[in-house]
Ligand binder design. Structure first.
Ligand SMILES: Nc1ncnc2c1ncn2[C@@H]1O[C@H](COP(=O)(O)OP(=O)(O)OP(=O)(O)O)[C@@H](O)[C@H]1O
Length: 255
């Protein structure tokens, strides 16, 4: 692997994805640097989730290439779960399993470990996301929205993957819980050296935790850079997104 490859966790080139006659991603290219938090914004229905799902191999592509940690996707000798952890929008915990069992699920699927070691790992991961050992025996129905997201995050990090995908991680959380969750993501990025790919509409998250923000419009990345650069973008959709009435009001509030 040469130095330029080493710099990137994810490299997407000329990606084309569609369904039937609809082309959702149209020769899209994007680099995610190792160790950064990249926020992805785009119109509703514009293809953000499709992009994320295509990178992780859930949706087939019609063209283009995707490299993750220097290798084409699908070409990793080890299981995908050890390369990336995923936090889906609703948390998606298994409702019939306890918190402990949810966190241990990827461990059971991918490794052969003693029950004692798996219990230790589950508690360590719970504490890492700011929950207590007592929460381990609760069922998902007994958790608040913020706790559900944290457990889902603990499960996503169970195998210590270097990359974390987050699909609208703060949606459905009140502003305090959302701010706490953002702070947790930032702390984990710093302490674990994670690369984070985050789909979000949350302006506060984009401003406070993302190192760079990419804007998806017309099936392509039309702007990418630190938030302050995105705010200067002349692209009509990016301007409308960040300088529309609602965004302006929020940015004013955040000053
Ligand atoms: N499995 C599928 N089959 C057919 N069409 C799909 C499928 N998945 C997504 N699409 C279509 O692809 C387009 C992009 O959807 P996607 O879910 O990526 O949007 P999004 O940018 O994540 O939107 P939102 O912000 O509302 O979540 C939509 O037109 C959607 O209907």
């Amino acid at each position: 692997m040469d130095a330029s490859q080493d710099q990137f966790a994810i490299r997407v080139r000329d990606l084309v994805v569609g369904f039937g006659r609809q082309t959702v991603l149209d020769h899209l290219s994007l680099d995610v640097r190792r160790g950064e938090i990249l926020g992805l914004v785009g119109a509703s229905g514009g293809g953000k989730s499709v992009l994320m799902r295509t990178i992780i191999g859930l949706i087939p592509r019609r063209g283009g290439t995707i490299e993750v940690m220097g290798q084409p996707t699908g070409g990793h000798g080890r299981g995908a779960a050890t390369i990336w952890g995923i936090l889906f929008q609703q948390g998606a915990l298994f409702s019939s399993l306890t918190v402990r069992q949810n966190i241990q699920f990827p461990l059971r699927e991918n490794l052969v470990l003693s029950q004692e070691l798996m219990d230790e790992i589950a508690i360590a991961k719970l504490e890492m996301v700011g929950l207590r050992a007592q929460d381990a025996d609760k069922y998902p129905s007994e958790l608040s929205g913020g706790m559900t997201k944290r457990v889902a995050l603990a499960r996503a990090l169970a195998l210590d993957p270097p990359i974390l995908f987050l699909d609208e991680p703060t949606s459905g959380l009140d502003p305090i819980a959302a701010g706490d969750f953002d702070a947790l993501i930032k702390t984990l990025q710093k302490t674990l050296g994670l690369t984070v790919f985050m789909v979000t509409h949350d302006l506060a998250s984009l401003t406070t935790v993302c190192d760079r923000v990419a804007a998806l419009a017309d099936g392509k990345i039309v702007a990418i850079g630190p938030m302050r650069e995105l705010l200067q973008s002349e692209h009509p959709w990016v301007r409308a997104y960040f300088h529309g009435k609602r965004s302006q009001m929020l940015q004013h509030e955040m000053r």
